[in-house]
Design a protein around this ligand. Structure first.
Ligand code: ADP
Ligand code: MG
Length: 191
């Protein structure tokens, strides 16, 4: 079978995700959150990198507040030029009113990627080895290169393919979590 190009896969799977209904996104996001919380890596992590969902990405926003109430540090990435910088979420008024999950530009303590214990990474397509296709700017490739903690790809199961094109600069995640299974070291753990 011909392997589709990254750009073709990006377009096809973004469309497919955009076609999801609100209830499906909600239900699957709840399951993925349960999966994340079941990971020993989550329990052990002190500093957790999350993300603010766009375009129907799994919505793990409530994990920001749950992590904080568990005594962990919740971190969010913010675009700065061609890179992502990481900021600690210290209180809810740091997040823009209404949008709920977008950091205000000016504030917050910056954290270096090397300090992150667990990184939750959204994507458009993943493969079974943890390789990832994002929006096409390589933001997470550059960031993940510096992360020494556990990298977890977060996706719906339809976004996980057997094989995708990989470039020299692509950084894989260590495990994948979907609404029905965790994929680690080539093994699928259904839950
Ligand atoms: P994505 O991972 O978002 O799907 P790609 O892997 O296609 O995007 O990368 C997009 C661009 O980012 C590429 O053209 C590549 O040149 C650039 N890029 C990615 N990682 C690096 C890096 N570590 N150093 C320099 N450029 C990079
Ligand atoms: Mg890439």
């Amino acid at each position: 079978m011909k392997v589709l190009k990254k750009s073709e896969l990006r377009r096809a799977y973004l469309n497919r995700r955009e076609a999801m209904g609100e209830e499906e996104v909600f239900l699957y996001s709840e399951r993925i959150k349960r999966g994340v919380k079941s990971l020993p890596d989550f329990k052990d992590a002190k500093k957790i990198l999350l993300y603010c969902p766009i375009k129907n990405e799994p919505d793990l926003t409530s994990l920001i507040w749950e992590s904080i109430s568990l005594g962990k540090e919740a971190l969010l990435p913010k675009v700065d030029g061609d890179r992502l910088r990481i900021y600690k979420v210290e209180h809810s008024n740091q997040l823009k009113p209404g949008s709920f999950c977008i950091l205000e530009p000016e504030d917050g303590t910056q954290v270096e990627p090397e300090e992150v214990d667990l990184a939750l990474v959204p994507g458009i397509v993943f493969d079974a080895k943890g390789y990832r296709i994002g929006f096409g700017k390589g933001f997470y490739d550059r960031l993940l290169k510096r992360v020494k903690g556990v990298k977890v790809g977060v996706a719906y199961s339809f976004q996980v393919l057997e094989e995708i094109p990989v470039d020299s600069w692509d950084e894989p995640v260590d495990l994948l979590i979907t609404e029905t299974y965790i994929l680690k070291g080539g093994k699928k753990y259904e839950y």
